[in-house]
Write a protein that binds this ligand. Structure first.
Ligand code: DAK
Length: 257
């Protein structure tokens, strides 16, 4: 598929997706979100790719939110029927996804970063949920994912005041994994991705599923889910290879089987 609003580059085992509307600060129109979902699903289905990265083009923005100009004329029906499907598809990606946040990650941009599994941010990155300034509220999981990550009080302040938070502030609060120098977010995300890409892809997939289950299930159910996936990994070649490599004091060569 030819993309109009994003680019997809394959760098060894890493799929790098760049949101590519720099003049609009990579604002997330529906076309872009649909293309993003398609690119992530394409990478998810490709055995040669083990990790995906999402970043924004230019130094100014990861994404300054959903496209306000496109949203302004929507109705409840059009928002509820068309707007959510691609976000659901992004949420369901199985492989690890890293956000390399360069600049603004506001509204849907912040929510997109939170759809990812690890967030690397440059020191000029600004996160926020300014929807309240537009008379709306977060619509792509912001209230839920922020509350589960930052707790009630920080989430309330962030969503009710609409103020921006620096990468450093959110690093201290546990939403940003690593803060790096301006221009280095993608490179650092690639460093992390290369490390993950060397691990067993089956184990990586199950770990992601199991961690995400912690947000959706009572602990008893989550523990049972983890236990089953743990057991299942003992049916894989990767488990045999990983343990044999340890015993033979060599690097494991995981095949994802
Ligand atoms: N939408 C459309 N255009 C945007 C935009 C946005 N969110 N953000 C920036 N732009 C455009 C500007 O209109 C401007 O275009 P021109 O005027 O040059 O044509 C260009 O990008 C450069 O922006 P500025 O001139 O404003 O640049 P500044 O450096 O002065 O300011 C800024 C940067 C990021 C502070 C400012 O652009 C800004 O406040 N942007 C809006 C931020 C915002 O309010 N974001 C939240 C939007 S609401 C849903 C899923 C998600 C959502 C909703 C539903 N469903 C699943 C259904 C999410 C909602 C949102 O994100």
């Amino acid at each position: 598929m030819d993309y109009q609003y994003i680019t997809l580059e394959i760098d060894a085992a890493i799929g790098v997706i760049t949101l590519n509307r720099p003049q609009q600060l990579n604002a997330l129109n529906w076309g872009l979100v649909g293309e993003l979902a398609h690119a992530l699903e394409t990478c998810d289905a490709d055995d040669a790719i083990r990790v995906m990265i999402i970043t924004g083009s230019g130094e100014k923005a990861f994404a300054a939110g959903a496209d306000i100009k496109e949203m302004a004329g929507q109705t409840p029906v059009s928002m509820l029927s068309g707007g959510f499907e691609s976000w659901e598809r992004i949420r369901k990606v199985h492989k690890p996804v890293i956000a390399a946040v360069n600049g603004y990650a506001l509204g849907g941009g912040c929510e997109l970063a939170m759809h990812c599994d690890i967030i690397v941010a440059s020191e000029n990155a600004q996160f926020g949920q300014p929807e309240i300034n537009l008379g709306i509220m977060p619509g792509a999981g912001g209230t839920q994912r922020l509350a589960r990550t930052l707790g009630k009080f920080v989430t309330m302040e962030m969503t009710l005041t609409g103020r921006n938070y620096s990468a450093q502030e959110l690093h201290q609060l546990g939403l940003v994994n690593k803060v790096v120098a301006i221009g280095q977010a993608l490179e650092e995300a690639k460093n992390m991705a290369r490390k993950i890409a060397k691990k067993s892809p089956v184990a990586a997939r199950f770990i992601k599923e199991s961690v995400l289950a912690a947000f959706e299930t009572p602990q008893e159910v989550g523990l049972a889910y983890e236990k089953r996936l743990f057991g299942l990994l003992f049916s894989t070649e990767d488990q045999k290879e990983g343990m044999q490599a340890f015993i033979e004091k060599r690097d494991a060569d995981f095949k994802g089987r």
